[in-house]
Ligand binder design. Structure first.
Ligand code: NAD
Length: 294
């Protein structure tokens, strides 16, 4: 199976490295040459542009920032759609609007090309380890035929439904994470203002019902004032925009998410866009004029 990978950023580059380790015949493209050169040094081929890449591959993987980037690379002039062979498959691993996934799949279908949307959770460390969680939408037979390929980059690969279902699931993931981080910050500030140390609160409650993977990952970052990303506030704003667009289209109530989105926008305007999303605690610090400590 000849595999093409477009988008070699924080996530795409280590995912490409894992494909090479598993022995896949990999061709890569990014408009930034540095990660291309690194993967070529590790055994990949490089393509001059996405048209050349698509012409030579059975599967085209994309790992790009958002819906407009994926539409541009796949559908627009000079894009994958101009040269991809009938019977090939596109797997978009970016986190994008599920409505965009459906639009792109419908256009590809006209050219005899099937598509899966397969966003991931786990972030850079799991992209490096090859232990990402994939949430996948698209035809069952296409999923089954490419499950092994995705498993070479992930520890969990779950089909959630037809095309778009992967990104709907990813949006649900981003809602749970955003609201969870915000409420951890809210609770630690309550505790500190009421005279109990955040560290004691964290150690006492993490094993009970309130404990969560988010709490274990983010409460220590808040207490240590370590806001190095991780997952950036600006990227989470991008995802929550997709959440709110999708919610509007299906008339779903998003009370808590709307509040956290407003908090993230304030932080963005305060210059925290590149900080880890655990910096949500700074919203509470701004309101109280007090910093969270241990
Ligand atoms: P990134 O910005 O680091 O990488 C994107 C890459 O795409 C860059 O190398 C850029 O040069 C390239 N690119 C953009 N437009 C292009 C074009 N037209 N042609 C060729 N290359 C182009 O982003 P990332 O952090 O790797 O994230 C990728 C996707 O994965 C996003 O949708 C993000 O939401 C999602 N994601 C990220 C994380 C994370 O922790 N970073 C975790 C889970 C999911």
């Amino acid at each position: 199976m000849k595999v093409g990978l477009i988008g070699l950023g924080i996530m795409g580059k280590p995912m490409g490295a894992n494909l090479l380790k598993k022995g896949y015949d990999l061709t890569v493209f990014d408009r930034n040459l540095t990660p291309v050169q690194e993967l070529v040094a590790a055994g990949a081929k490089s393509a001059a542009d996405v048209r050349e890449l698509a012409a030579s591959c059975d599967v085209v993987l994309t790992m790009l920032p958002n819906s407009p980037h994926v539409k541009n690379v796949v559908l627009e002039a000079g894009g994958v759609i101009e040269t991809i062979r009938e019977g090939s498959v596109v797997i978009d691993m970016s986190s994008i609007n599920p409505m965009a996934s459906r639009e792109i799949a419908a256009e590809l279908e006209k050219h005899g090309v099937k598509m899966l949307d397969a966003p991931v959770s786990g972030g850079e460390p799991k992209a490096v380890d090859g232990t990402l969680s994939f949430m996948v939408g698209g035809p069952e037979d296409v999923f089954e035929a490419h499950k092994e390929l995705l498993s070479s980059m992930g520890a969990s690969v779950v089909r959630c439904g037809e095309i778009g279902a992967g990104n709907v699931t990813k949006l649900c993931n981003q809602v749970v994470v955003a609201v969870n981080i915000a409420v951890v910050g809210e609770a630690l500030m309550l505790g500190q203002k009421a005279g109990v140390s955040p560290d004691a609160i964290y150690r006492a409650i993490r094993g009970g019902l309130a404990g969560s993977t988010v709490m274990d990952a983010k409460a220590p970052m808040m207490m240590d004032r370590n806001f190095n990303p991780g997952f950036r506030i600006d990227l989470h704003i991008k995802d929550l925009n997709n959440v709110l667009d999708t919610a509007k289209s299906v008339d779903a109530p998003m009370l808590l998410t709307n509040q956290v989105m407003e908090m993230m926008k304030v932080l963005h305007h305060d210059g925290e866009g590149q900080s880890d999303h655990s910096a949500l605690v700074k919203f509470y610090e701004k309101l109280t004029d007090e910093q969270i400590g241990r």
